[in-house]
Design a protein around this ligand. Structure first.
Ligand SMILES: CSC[C@H]1O[C@H](OP(=O)(O)O)[C@H](O)[C@@H]1O
Length: 370
């Protein structure tokens, strides 16, 4: 077990994302519209707060760290039109209402409010853009540090194996979900750059299939990746085909319980049952020290239609289209996240190092000396 503040290790290799997930362009922002990935890389200009609200809800921009930074930029767009106290609070409330689980969204807006509230309205738009850009650059640095915290875990496995290290990951916690190299994928990119042989198994992640984005990311970077159906993960773990499970997070409670994409819990359960290390990678902006445990984390319930359709690229077209799988049954549930208890998590990789799950929040948010 490698618990230490290993982010101080000066690794020579690094990973630069091939595309910018979000960038400012004058008084608008440009995102990669992730509803087109992996089939099409399409940029989308967001010029108003309403554009940003729609993009976050529709998962055009997604990933816990990235939706926080997107919300911070959305606030700047709102204040360009009206920088009054009422408009500031209204925009924050509307952005908070988009997606309830990833705490990054709330923390990003709280950081903006701390900067903006003391200022006169005339100074707020420029200050909001500065804070949004600070958050974007800050996230990239956090991703890089998480990669350094996770690399020793992969190195240690590589030293013991005479074959590629087999890592299972779920959903997308790569550069597409952040402003940098990603969280769960960041150690993998560093390991690949260091010449460590990897085989990454990627679960497709129904119903929105973010696993296809991970497979696309890894393949573009030259990292060997194998797509599997979500339901196949248990068999691979049980058969000893997986050396390490490495996933992201949307909110981590003070006791180390983790909310992440739906399906994570079942992989943690299988990993725990078969003694496979289960790592969660997340920056401090994904921790909620005010949240005592997983039961207190709100789980987003999304539209039934996401379960009843699957997006794809029919032969001869270049437009991904949704295909309805069944007529609308009477009842459908579509929780977007689930909860993994801290006791099933081997370590949480953060920008300050790798920590046992119950300790991670305390390492990032130490209680003041009483
Ligand atoms: C570094 S992304 C963390 C987290 O966010 C994703 O959720 P979504 O695609 O719904 O925005 C997924 O749960 C990732 O693990």
């Amino acid at each position: 077990m490698i618990f230490s503040a290993r982010t101080d290790v000066a690794y020579t290799m690094s990973f630069t994302p091939p595309l910018a997930t979000l960038r400012r362009d004058g008084n608008s922002i440009v995102i990669i519209d992730q509803t087109g990935l992996p089939w099409r890389v399409v940029e989308r200009r967001l010029g108003t707060l309403d554009d940003v609200l729609e993009a976050i809800v529709a998962l055009r921009v997604r990933g816990a760290p990235l939706i926080g930074v997107a919300a911070a930029h959305g606030l700047a767009l709102a204040l360009e039109r009206d920088a009054s106290d009422a408009a500031l609070e209204d925009a924050i409330a509307r952005l908070l209402s988009t997606r309830p689980t990833a705490v990054n969204l709330r923390l990003a807006l709280e950081a903006q409010r701390a900067v903006l509230a003391p200022l006169p309205p005339s100074e707020r738009p420029a200050a909001a853009w500065r804070e949004a850009e600070r958050q974007r650059a800050d996230d990239a640095q956090r991703c890089e540090a998480i990669g350094r915290a996770g690399l020793p875990w992969i190195e240690e496995l590589a030293c013991r194996l005479d074959r590629p290290v087999r890592v299972l990951t779920h959903c997308n916690a790569g550069w597409a979900a952040t402003c940098g190299a990603g969280t769960a994928l960041s150690p993998l990119y560093l390991a690949h750059a260091a010449g460590i042989a990897l085989e990454v198994f990627v679960s497709e992640t129904r119903p929105r299939n973010q696993g296809l984005i991970t497979h696309w990311e890894l393949t573009q970077a030259g990292v060997p990746a194998t797509l599997i159906a979500d339901n196949a993960a248990g068999l691979l773990i049980a058969q000893g085909d997986i050396d390490l499970v490495l996933v992201g997070a949307d909110r981590i409670a003070r006791n180390g319980d983790v909310a992440n994409k739906i399906g994570t819990y079942l992989k943690a359960l299988a990993a725990h049952a078969h003694g496979v290390p289960f790592l969660v990678a997340a920056p401090a902006t994904t921790f909620d020290p005010t949240c005592p445990n997983g039961a207190a984390i709100p789980i987003e319930e999304r539209a039934a239609d996401e379960v009843l359709t699957v997006a794809g690229l029919p032969p001869g077209t270049d437009e991904p289209v949704p295909v309805r799988l069944t007529p609308l049954p009477a009842r459908v549930r579509n929780p977007a996240f689930d909860l993994t208890p801290a006791r099933w998590i081997t370590a949480i990789l953060t920008e300050t190092g790798a920590w046992p799950a119950p300790l991670a929040a305390a390492k990032l948010f130490p209680e003041p000396d009483r």
